[in-house]
Design a binder for this molecule. Structure first.
Ligand code: IMP
Length: 198
Protein backbone atom coordinates (compact mmCIF):
# COMPACT_ATOMS: atom_id res chain seq x y z
CA UNK A 1 0.00 0.00 0.00
CA UNK A 2 1.17 3.56 -0.72
CA UNK A 3 2.99 5.17 2.22
CA UNK A 4 1.44 8.56 1.46
CA UNK A 5 -1.78 9.75 3.00
CA UNK A 6 -3.90 12.88 3.05
CA UNK A 7 -5.63 13.89 6.25
CA UNK A 8 -8.55 15.79 4.85
CA UNK A 9 -8.61 18.72 7.23
CA UNK A 10 -7.59 22.38 7.41
CA UNK A 11 -7.64 22.10 11.21
CA UNK A 12 -4.01 21.87 12.25
CA UNK A 13 -4.91 20.59 15.75
CA UNK A 14 -6.73 17.63 14.24
CA UNK A 15 -3.94 17.04 11.73
CA UNK A 16 -1.29 16.79 14.49
CA UNK A 17 -3.44 14.44 16.55
CA UNK A 18 -4.02 12.02 13.68
CA UNK A 19 -0.43 12.16 12.38
CA UNK A 20 0.96 11.41 15.83
CA UNK A 21 -1.09 8.21 16.03
CA UNK A 22 -0.28 6.97 12.53
CA UNK A 23 3.40 7.90 12.31
CA UNK A 24 4.43 4.24 11.94
CA UNK A 25 1.92 3.56 9.15
CA UNK A 26 2.82 6.25 6.58
CA UNK A 27 5.94 8.15 5.46
CA UNK A 28 4.26 11.29 4.15
CA UNK A 29 1.28 13.07 5.63
CA UNK A 30 -0.52 15.89 3.85
CA UNK A 31 -3.19 18.16 5.24
CA UNK A 32 -5.44 20.23 3.00
CA UNK A 33 -3.14 23.17 3.73
CA UNK A 34 -0.39 21.44 1.68
CA UNK A 35 -2.29 21.78 -1.59
CA UNK A 36 -2.52 25.05 -3.51
CA UNK A 37 -5.70 23.85 -5.14
CA UNK A 38 -8.57 24.29 -2.70
CA UNK A 39 -11.22 21.61 -2.58
CA UNK A 40 -14.58 23.00 -1.58
CA UNK A 41 -16.36 20.71 0.84
CA UNK A 42 -19.73 21.66 2.23
CA UNK A 43 -20.50 19.61 5.33
CA UNK A 44 -24.24 19.95 5.19
CA UNK A 45 -25.46 16.49 6.17
CA UNK A 46 -27.12 15.80 9.54
CA UNK A 47 -25.10 12.51 9.59
CA UNK A 48 -21.45 12.42 10.62
CA UNK A 49 -20.60 9.53 8.29
CA UNK A 50 -22.07 11.27 5.27
CA UNK A 51 -20.01 14.42 5.92
CA UNK A 52 -16.82 12.44 6.49
CA UNK A 53 -17.34 10.33 3.38
CA UNK A 54 -18.09 13.35 1.23
CA UNK A 55 -14.81 14.94 2.39
CA UNK A 56 -12.71 11.80 1.87
CA UNK A 57 -14.11 11.02 -1.59
CA UNK A 58 -13.78 14.55 -2.89
CA UNK A 59 -10.19 14.95 -1.68
CA UNK A 60 -9.07 11.38 -2.48
CA UNK A 61 -10.49 11.49 -6.00
CA UNK A 62 -9.00 14.93 -6.70
CA UNK A 63 -5.43 14.06 -5.65
CA UNK A 64 -5.40 10.28 -6.22
CA UNK A 65 -3.96 9.55 -2.76
CA UNK A 66 -5.43 7.42 0.06
CA UNK A 67 -7.33 9.79 2.33
CA UNK A 68 -8.39 9.88 5.96
CA UNK A 69 -11.23 12.14 6.99
CA UNK A 70 -13.20 12.51 10.16
CA UNK A 71 -16.37 14.16 11.28
CA UNK A 72 -16.78 14.70 14.95
CA UNK A 73 -18.90 16.60 17.40
CA UNK A 74 -19.82 17.32 20.98
CA UNK A 75 -23.14 15.89 22.19
CA UNK A 76 -24.45 17.50 25.37
CA UNK A 77 -27.23 15.61 27.17
CA UNK A 78 -28.84 18.72 28.70
CA UNK A 79 -29.09 20.19 25.17
CA UNK A 80 -30.66 17.03 23.73
CA UNK A 81 -27.46 16.09 21.94
CA UNK A 82 -26.66 19.54 20.54
CA UNK A 83 -24.44 20.90 19.05
CA UNK A 84 -23.65 17.36 17.76
CA UNK A 85 -22.99 17.11 14.05
CA UNK A 86 -23.34 20.92 13.87
CA UNK A 87 -20.54 21.54 16.42
CA UNK A 88 -18.22 23.32 13.96
CA UNK A 89 -21.09 25.61 12.90
CA UNK A 90 -22.14 26.47 16.47
CA UNK A 91 -20.15 29.74 16.39
CA UNK A 92 -17.56 31.49 14.23
CA UNK A 93 -14.49 30.33 16.16
CA UNK A 94 -13.51 28.18 19.17
CA UNK A 95 -13.86 31.07 21.63
CA UNK A 96 -17.31 32.04 20.44
CA UNK A 97 -18.44 28.40 20.48
CA UNK A 98 -17.20 27.92 24.05
CA UNK A 99 -18.80 31.14 25.32
CA UNK A 100 -22.09 30.20 23.68
CA UNK A 101 -22.01 26.73 25.24
CA UNK A 102 -21.15 27.99 28.75
CA UNK A 103 -23.94 30.53 28.45
CA UNK A 104 -26.52 27.98 27.33
CA UNK A 105 -25.44 25.74 30.23
CA UNK A 106 -25.16 28.37 32.94
CA UNK A 107 -28.19 27.16 34.94
CA UNK A 108 -27.54 23.42 34.48
CA UNK A 109 -26.30 21.75 37.70
CA UNK A 110 -23.13 19.66 37.75
CA UNK A 111 -24.77 16.21 37.64
CA UNK A 112 -26.74 17.12 34.50
CA UNK A 113 -23.75 18.46 32.57
CA UNK A 114 -22.85 15.07 31.03
CA UNK A 115 -21.60 15.06 27.44
CA UNK A 116 -19.67 13.01 24.94
CA UNK A 117 -17.39 13.60 22.00
CA UNK A 118 -17.95 11.29 19.07
CA UNK A 119 -15.77 10.75 16.00
CA UNK A 120 -16.36 8.89 12.76
CA UNK A 121 -13.21 8.30 10.75
CA UNK A 122 -13.15 7.23 7.11
CA UNK A 123 -10.23 5.65 5.28
CA UNK A 124 -10.86 6.05 1.54
CA UNK A 125 -8.83 4.39 -1.22
CA UNK A 126 -9.49 6.23 -4.50
CA UNK A 127 -7.76 3.59 -6.67
CA UNK A 128 -10.17 0.95 -5.47
CA UNK A 129 -13.11 3.22 -4.76
CA UNK A 130 -13.58 1.59 -1.36
CA UNK A 131 -13.86 3.06 2.11
CA UNK A 132 -13.86 1.87 5.73
CA UNK A 133 -15.50 3.50 8.76
CA UNK A 134 -14.18 3.64 12.36
CA UNK A 135 -15.88 5.03 15.46
CA UNK A 136 -14.79 6.34 18.86
CA UNK A 137 -16.29 8.28 21.75
CA UNK A 138 -15.28 9.93 25.02
CA UNK A 139 -17.59 10.66 27.94
CA UNK A 140 -17.19 13.63 30.29
CA UNK A 141 -18.83 16.77 31.70
CA UNK A 142 -19.12 20.36 30.53
CA UNK A 143 -17.23 22.44 33.11
CA UNK A 144 -18.44 25.84 34.39
CA UNK A 145 -15.32 27.61 33.17
CA UNK A 146 -12.37 27.14 30.83
CA UNK A 147 -9.30 25.23 32.01
CA UNK A 148 -6.05 24.83 30.07
CA UNK A 149 -4.97 25.96 26.64
CA UNK A 150 -3.98 22.65 25.04
CA UNK A 151 -5.84 20.92 22.22
CA UNK A 152 -8.53 22.74 20.29
CA UNK A 153 -12.28 23.28 20.06
CA UNK A 154 -14.20 22.51 23.24
CA UNK A 155 -11.17 20.92 25.01
CA UNK A 156 -10.91 23.66 27.71
CA UNK A 157 -14.51 23.01 28.89
CA UNK A 158 -14.62 19.21 28.58
CA UNK A 159 -14.01 17.84 32.09
CA UNK A 160 -12.82 14.30 32.81
CA UNK A 161 -13.53 13.16 36.40
CA UNK A 162 -10.90 10.37 36.22
CA UNK A 163 -8.20 13.03 35.75
CA UNK A 164 -9.82 15.91 37.64
CA UNK A 165 -8.78 17.92 34.58
CA UNK A 166 -10.28 19.37 31.42
CA UNK A 167 -8.98 18.08 28.08
CA UNK A 168 -7.39 21.51 27.64
CA UNK A 169 -4.98 20.58 30.47
CA UNK A 170 -3.98 17.20 29.00
CA UNK A 171 -0.99 16.62 26.71
CA UNK A 172 -1.57 15.56 23.13
CA UNK A 173 -0.16 12.04 23.65
CA UNK A 174 -2.45 11.40 26.60
CA UNK A 175 -5.47 12.90 24.83
CA UNK A 176 -4.81 10.63 21.87
CA UNK A 177 -4.82 7.58 24.11
CA UNK A 178 -8.32 8.29 25.45
CA UNK A 179 -10.10 10.56 22.98
CA UNK A 180 -12.93 9.77 20.59
CA UNK A 181 -10.71 10.48 17.58
CA UNK A 182 -7.80 8.59 19.12
CA UNK A 183 -9.93 5.48 19.59
CA UNK A 184 -11.28 5.63 16.04
CA UNK A 185 -7.78 6.19 14.58
CA UNK A 186 -6.32 3.33 16.65
CA UNK A 187 -9.06 1.07 15.26
CA UNK A 188 -8.01 2.19 11.76
CA UNK A 189 -4.37 1.48 12.67
CA UNK A 190 -5.21 -2.09 13.73
CA UNK A 191 -7.13 -2.56 10.50
CA UNK A 192 -4.15 -1.34 8.43
CA UNK A 193 -2.09 -4.04 10.13
CA UNK A 194 -4.41 -6.91 9.26
CA UNK A 195 -3.71 -9.38 6.45
CA UNK A 196 -6.17 -7.45 4.33
CA UNK A 197 -3.50 -4.84 3.58
CA UNK A 198 -0.40 -7.00 3.34
P1 IMP B 1 -15.53 18.79 12.33
O1 IMP B 1 -15.35 17.34 12.64
O2 IMP B 1 -14.34 19.40 11.65
O3 IMP B 1 -16.84 19.09 11.67
O4 IMP B 1 -15.53 19.58 13.69
C1 IMP B 1 -16.30 19.19 14.75
C2 IMP B 1 -16.30 20.22 15.86
O5 IMP B 1 -16.53 19.50 17.07
C3 IMP B 1 -14.98 20.98 16.06
O6 IMP B 1 -14.96 22.21 15.38
C4 IMP B 1 -14.97 21.19 17.57
O7 IMP B 1 -15.73 22.33 17.89
C5 IMP B 1 -15.69 19.96 18.08
N1 IMP B 1 -14.70 18.90 18.37
C6 IMP B 1 -14.53 17.72 17.73
N2 IMP B 1 -13.52 17.02 18.27
C7 IMP B 1 -13.03 17.78 19.27
C8 IMP B 1 -11.95 17.59 20.19
O8 IMP B 1 -11.19 16.61 20.19
N3 IMP B 1 -11.78 18.58 21.06
C9 IMP B 1 -12.55 19.69 21.10
N4 IMP B 1 -13.53 19.93 20.26
C10 IMP B 1 -13.77 18.97 19.34
Amino acid sequence: MSRKVIIATENIGKFYEIRELLESEFDTFYSLRDFKEKVEIIEDSPFYIENALKKARKVGNRFGINTISDDSGLEVDALNGRPGVFSSRYGKDDNERIEKLLNEMKDIPWEKRTARFVAYVIFYMPQKGTFYVFYGDLKGYISFEKRGDKGFGFDPVFYLPEYNKCLGEIDLEEKNRISHRGKAILALKSFLNTDFFR
